[in-house]
Design a protein around this ligand. Structure first.
Ligand SMILES: Nc1ncnc2c1ncn2[C@@H]1O[C@H](COP(=O)(O)OP(=O)(O)OP(=O)(O)O)[C@@H](O)[C@H]1O
Length: 554
């Protein structure tokens, strides 16, 4: 090729490059312009929505207590200002309709006010707003009376408020309720009748109740019943009942979706009314063990996505759940279950002390897949997209970290497991919906050091600052025991030097696991997988539970 030809080609190349660059620049500019336009359009929609919601729906004069007030209702707030000549622009009080449970008509001599419920007979004297008030982590029922003698005026307000409340789509209208009458002190039915049913009735929520007759009853009902009629499921019971229902909801979703392998997110949310002895799941989404708080979260439709785990052994699903303890936690529960005749708190203390006295490590291979997107931010919320992409099953063997050793205790928890005994939770380093579980592995150590570690759970921190404790945010865990012992044999053993002697294998034996407070005996390797946001519970994210008890046994 001659020099001028080469120059010409070079020029052509340059001009094509420039052209491409120009096109790229103009494409980028076009994209930016489109994005800007989209943003502006969205802003306009938001502003219009805000304006619409701030539009006054109703305005009227009502008496609140003895004073007349100028009352204003928009779609997002109810505001009332005292009408006083000395301060014509008085301080407004505000209430969000989101906290209003229902509206009733005050009739007759105000008997609705006296009874705290919407009344049926007599002349209409005003509107009563039954609402929810926050006191710390507790939700309580409260009433606001707006008095006005005009029946027509009152009726308009009553109808409008009812219409507004009907617009809250997350609030349930029809619930399937399971009550375990044998939970804890056998008070579940009483708790339901006393604290829950009146609030459901007041909020016009229809209910369909099953009082369970045996273990597995709720699961079999859930497999068969027509779920699409309901807006949610409610469990009145302890952690065992909650675990059974969560497991049942996911299984049912799998059945409905014809997905035998992969867990499927249930459509219906689960509400938990605590009636057990520890109520860890309830505490983790309510911050308190209080049936009224739990019911109000359901009535107001507060929904919280929650991570769950699946537990598999030899490729078979054992169950779905939130937490599992292997080693100390499993053995302690197995001992407690043998003394079912004891009152539950005594039984727990007995088992704890006895297991501590016979403390022994498990010899096992512990493998885990670190959670990919964990940033160390305890209460971070992530995109749904991120969760979908995070599929531990698609990861190769190389993403696993494996250690072989002696462990006193291994816990895997996809929720913080708050309780009055451990207000910041057994796993404060995870949150309800961060897409990972906390793995807490306690290596072999002396009894006194292990007790120190346990005691720090009831204070507030420092339980992991020991050289023998390791914690990881994980998406999957595998525990392969090296040796087995039938735990009942262990009961009858003489106490030897248990600190360093690993457990001896015996045929047909199984390891006791504590899965959501239920004893599950598994002989082989267990694979735990975390399923981000697999279930929706009525409740909210809380970082600390109300502490009402102290454990006296250690
Ligand atoms: N009528 C019944 N009789 C016996 N067991 C039942 C009955 N109904 C349900 N169950 C089972 O009882 C088990 C324990 O229930 P639950 O957790 O509610 O009570 P708890 O063990 O006393 O409470 P906690 O787990 O907080 O100590 C669950 O596995 C549940 O399936």
């Amino acid at each position: 090729m001659s020099e001028p030809e080469e120059d010409l080609q070079e020029e052509q190349r340059d001009s094509t490059k420039k052209k491409k660059k120009k096109e790229k620049r103009s494409g980028k500019k076009k994209k930016q312009k489109e994005e800007r336009e989209q943003e502006e359009a969205q802003q306009q929609v938001d502003e219009e929505e805000e304006e619409r919601s701030e539009c006054v729906v109703l305005r009227g004069i009502f008496k609140l207590g003895k004073k007349s007030h100028d009352v204003l209702l928009t779609r997002t707030r109810l505001t009332w200002i005292p009408i006083t000549p000395e301060t014509p622009t008085g301080e407004p009080c505000v209430l969000q309709p989101g906290v209003v449970l229902t509206a009733g008509r005050v009739r007759g001599e105000g008997e609705a006010a006296a009874s705290g419920r919407p009344a049926v007979g007599g002349a209409v004297l005003g509107v009563a707003l039954f609402c929810c008030r926050r006191r710390g982590r507790r939700l309580e029922e409260d009433t606001l009376h707006l008095h006005n003698a005009s029946a027509e005026h009152t009726q308009t307000w009553y109808n409008t408020l009812k219409e507004l409340l009907a617009g809250f789509s997350s609030r349930p209208r029809y619930l399937k309720v399971f009550i375990n009458p044998s939970s804890h002190k056998k008070e579940a039915v009483h708790i339901y009748r006393e604290h829950v049913a009146p609030l459901f009735k007041m909020a016009d929520i229809r209910i369909d109740i099953t009082v369970t007759e045996r273990k597995g009853h709720a699961l079999s009902v859930m497999k068969e019943c027509k779920l699409d009629e309901y807006d949610g499921v409610v469990c009145v019971g302890g952690d065992g009942s909650v675990a059974e229902l969560c497991h049942a909801l996911v299984l049912r979703a799998q059945l409905d979706a014809d997905s035998p392998e992969k867990p499927v997110k249930p459509v219906l949310p689960l509400g938990i009314i605590p009636a057990g002895s520890t109520d860890v799941v309830s505490c983790s989404v309510h911050g308190v063990r209080d049936p009224v708080t739990a019911t109000l979260h359901i009535v107001l439709g507060h929904l919280q996505q929650v991570d769950m785990c699946s537990f598999l052994s030899q490729g078979q699903l054992v169950r779905f759940g939130f937490s599992a303890m292997f080693g100390f936690g499993g053995r302690s529960l197995a001992r407690a279950e043998k003394k079912r005749w004891m009152p539950s708190s005594r039984r727990r203390e007995y088992a704890l002390v006895k297991t501590l006295a016979r403390l022994r490590p498990e010899d096992c291979q512990l493998s885990f897949q670190p959670a990919k997107t964990s940033t160390g931010n305890l209460f971070e919320h992530r995109d749904e997209d991120q969760d979908v992409k995070q599929d531990p099953e698609s990861e190769g063997e190389e993403s696993w970290t494996t250690n072989q050793g002696l462990y006193l205790s291994i816990s895997i928890m996809s929720i913080p497991c708050l309780s009055p005994h451990a207000p910041r939770g057994l796993a404060p380093n995870t949150s309800l919906a961060n897409g990972s579980a906390a793995l807490i592995a306690v290596g072999n150590t002396s009894r006194s050091e292990f007790i120190k570690h346990l005691k720090r759970y009831s204070s507030s921190s420092g339980q992991f600052s020991f050289s023998f404790v390791e914690t990881h945010a994980v998406s999957a865990v595998r525990i392969r025991p090296s040796s087995l012992i039938n735990w009942s044999e262990e009961e009858s053993e003489e106490e030897g030097d248990s600190k360093t002697t690993p457990i001896i294998q015996s045929e047909g034996a199984a390891f006791p696991w504590n899965i959501d407070g239920e004893l599950v005996e598994i002989a082989n390797e267990v694979l735990v997988r975390v399923h981000p946001r697999l279930i929706t519970l009525y409740g909210e994210e809380v970082d600390e539970a109300e502490s009402t008890v102290s454990c006296s046994c250690i």
